[in-house]
Design a binder for this molecule. Structure first.
Ligand code: HEC
Length: 224
């Protein structure tokens, strides 16, 4: 299920505190980095924290969901109530382009998951919901060496300027490994991406899971 528990702003700082994992050596591949717009590069602080990506609101919107769950919900929303919060997933335009060409997520791909409370116009009362303020965001970064999956998770609450790698015991890694349809990412919920992979719109089952090729070399930037 999409356990908003794990997404709660309060949880990620705990991970951050518990996280003792250091950063991998910084793989800066000049050639690849040169061709990527600077604002779309994953950047790291000198001590290996991921710098909060900026401008992701203008990246490619891969998919949007609300109330997505893997288990029977324990309660059904009351009539007229939203089934959950808005989750919007963005990916860097360069990574999206490369993916569309090759069918592989390139090293350095960053997905941003942004969360917003559903808001209803109170007066005059009408149906429907729109996004309130974005309360927090999480990043899924493809980077060899951070974790056996080849991807790392990072959570940014409030105004956090940078975030530590979420430790490998966190259920982020196991749920994404077991339930995501392709290369640790929930592409089954991202219409154009699943179309590129030849997955149907009901491609949540394991029969549809595809295996990516081995990672290529990376493109990252470290602050001095
Ligand atoms: C029980 C399953 C589950 C767990 C645990 C989980 N996620 Fe996810 N995650 C999902 C689903 C489902 C989506 C697709 C969301 C959508 O389409 O809106 C997703 C999407 C994402 C994305 C967008 C990119 C992608 O990989 O598809 C990020 C970033 C993300 N999750 C971060 C996290 C972080 C950080 C944690 C741990 C703190 C976490 N997730 C734990 C189910 C899970």
């Amino acid at each position: 299920m999409i356990r908003p528990k794990c997404l709660l702003p309060v949880v990620v700082p705990l991970f951050a505190v518990a996280c003792s994992q250091g950063a991998p050596s910084d793989a800066v591949t000049a050639g690849a980095a040169d061709s990527i717009p600077a604002g779309q590069l994953a950047r790291f602080t000198a001590d290996g924290r991921l710098v909060r990506p900026e401008g992701w609101e203008g990246w490619v919107l891969a998919g949007t969901s609300m109330g997505l769950t893997y288990t029977e919900p324990t309660s059904t929303p009351a009539p007229g109530e939203p089934p959950g919060i808005f989750l919007n997933v963005y990916v860097q335009p360069w990574a999206y382009e490369r993916f569309m060409e090759s069918g592989e997520f390139p090293e350095g791909t960053m997905f941003v998951l942004a969360m917003a409370e559903p808001v209803r116009k109170a007066d005059p009362a009408r149906g429907g919901f729109y996004m309130g303020e974005i309360s927090m965001m999480e990043v899924h970064l493809k980077r060899a060496g951070v974790h056996e999956s080849g991807w790392g998770f990072y959570g940014f609450g409030g105004e956090d300027a940078s975030a530590k790698l979420i430790p490998s015991e966190a259920n982020c890694y196991s749920c994404h490994r077991d339930e995501a349809a392709y290369d640790q990412a929930f592409v089954q919920f991202y219409p154009k991406i699943r179309e590129r992979l030849g997955l149907g719109s009901a491609a949540g089952d394991s029969a549809a899971v595809k295996t990516p090729a081995a990672p290529e070399s990376g493109a990252f930037e470290t602050e001095s």
